[in-house]
Design a protein. Structure first.
Length: 69
């Protein structure tokens, strides 16, 4: 049986996957996967104390999240 290759969270981030996981899945739920860039390990996810994470480009000029409808 072949040994499966594993990658750490630093490699996941370098491949652009951590940003996608956070933006598309975790942030709408008020969560954010975090990592220690020195070790490549993840202690888990940060929990937002005020709802979904919002990126500056997702906020309109009045500071309100833009509607997706």
């Amino acid at each position: 049986m072949n040994k499966l290759e594993t990658i750490d969270w630093n490699e996941i981030s370098q491949r652009g996957l951590l940003a996608r996981i956070n933006r598309e899945i975790m942030h709408p739920l008020g969560l954010a996967v975090c990592r220690n860039p020195e070790t490549g390990a993840s202690p888990g996810a940060i929990v937002s104390d005020n709802g979904p994470w919002v990126y500056p480009e997702d906020v309109d000029a009045l500071g309100s999240p833009e509607s997706s409808d």
